[in-house]
Design a protein around this ligand. Structure first.
Ligand SMILES: Nc1ncnc2c1ncn2[C@@H]1O[C@H](COP(=O)(O)OP(=O)(O)OP(=O)(O)O)[C@@H](O)[C@H]1O
Ligand SMILES: [Mg+2]
Length: 364
């Protein structure tokens, strides 16, 4: 997948600007607060219909403007794709090849991207929320079924949690089994897909980690909880676990078991990385995980995703930077940094200098 052209209008600090991307490495550079991350964010938004930085689309609209528009001309193995997003204060419209889509799931998969920022480098040392988010975003892009199941699961879960706070215990105990059946149906889809994803991800992550550490360390990742059997059996197991926890859930007023609490285990040389690894070690492991994600996309979608590296180089030491550049040589990459020379070591690339929401220079 390749993005050829990106047009931004009243998006963040851009009034009107058009980016032409090369198939290889594209470097957006410039001083702080000029719009580099904003541009990277726009690319990711057109891939997933979401931003990693915000909860409300409204923030994407340039202050003082009424709406924002992002358009990308891209290409996947089936041909050209035109994606247009118009964002208004209370709604948005997204079109794929001219056809308006009604749900976000229909946007996923046209162009895939892997977004990598210093936040993702903390993937291992941060809490389980971040790791679940990593799995959710990644799997959703290649599986609309997962994305839909996740939305429905979260909705029922929210309602269940509201119910648990009700004073009428009898009502709760009457209602829970009915809801839980639905909840478990979607939970089983989520659990199964995550397990498949991690099974595929693990060998790639191990391979990259060995490369990044010159074979000195071995990385093992796996789900923190194993569920046996097919979806129906998983649903049954989950139902049983929910029932076993009725009392606890009632007492605490929220749902204490299910995929919204699951995590992934990360071991470096046989030791739990979350608890024992150094900062540098966890960063390297996170880098290996993100690079493995690229390969998963390739395996599932049949082509490489677009890689977005937002400010990552500055967080890595010299050998890791060089190795990262080697790993991404075949990918279309959008990389942001403040000083292009300091991070690229002569790698061939298209350089785009950004100043105050405008392209100031562009070329090889
Ligand atoms: N909705 C908006 N309207 C106008 N300006 C905005 C909006 N949202 C963000 N900005 C501005 O965009 C500017 C650039 O942000 P961006 O995060 O892209 O910077 P950057 O070039 O990545 O900088 P850094 O090197 O510090 O990461 C910021 O000054 C911010 O205030
Ligand atoms: Mg930035």
């Amino acid at each position: 997948m390749k993005i050829k052209k990106l047009f931004l209008q009243n998006f963040r600090n851009y009034e009107s600007e058009c980016f032409l991307f090369d198939d290889g490495l594209n470097v957006l550079f410039g001083k702080n607060a000029q719009g580099k991350t904003n541009c990277a964010e726009a690319v990711f938004y057109l891939c997933t219909g979401a931003s990693l930085r915000i909860r409300h689309d409204k923030q994407l609209i340039r202050i003082g403007a009424e709406s924002a528009r992002i358009v990308a001309e891209a290409e996947n193995r089936y041909g050209k794709v035109l994606i247009e997003a118009d964002i208004y204060e209370n709604k948005r419209e997204i079109r794929v090849n001219g056809t308006k889509i009604s749900k976000n799931a229909d946007l996923m998969g046209h162009i895939n991207s892997v977004f990598f920022s210093p936040g993702e480098l903390r993937l291992i040392q941060d809490g389980p929320d971040e790791r679940r988010r990593f799995m959710n975003i990644s799997i959703s892009q290649t599986s609309p079924a997962y994305y839909t199941a996740l939305l429905r699961y979260n909705k029922i879960l929210d309602q269940r949690n509201v119910l648990l706070k009700n004073k009428d215990v009898e009502l709760i105990l009457d209602t829970l089994p009915v809801w839980d059946e639905q909840l478990c149906k979607y939970a089983a889809i989520i659990v199964k897909k995550r397990a498949e994803f991690l099974d595929k991800l693990a060998p790639f992550a191990k391979e990259y980690h060995a490369f990044l550490t010159d074979g000195a360390e071995e990385l093992v990742i796996k789900p923190d909880r194993r569920y046996e059997g097919d979806e129906a059996e998983i649903a049954k197991t989950l139902m049983q676990r929910l029932e076993n926890n009725y009392e606890k859930d009632l007492r605490l007023g929220f749902t204490t078991v299910g995929p919204h609490r699951d995590d992934l285990d990360v071991e470096i040389n046989g030791v739990d990385a979350k608890a024992y690894a150094s900062q540098g070690q966890t960063r390297t492991a996170a880098l290996a995980l993100k690079l493995a994600e690229v390969r998963i996309f390739e395996a599932l979608a049949g082509e490489y995703p677009i890689l977005i590296l937002d400010d990552v180089m500055s967080e890595l030491d010299l050998p890791r930077r060089k190795k990262l550049l080697k790993c991404i040589a075949d990918l279309q990459t959008v990389l942001t940094c403040t000083h292009a020379e300091r991070v690229l070591y002569g790698a061939e690339c298209k350089k785009i200098r950004i100043e105050n929401g405008r392209i100031k220079e562009s070329g090889k």
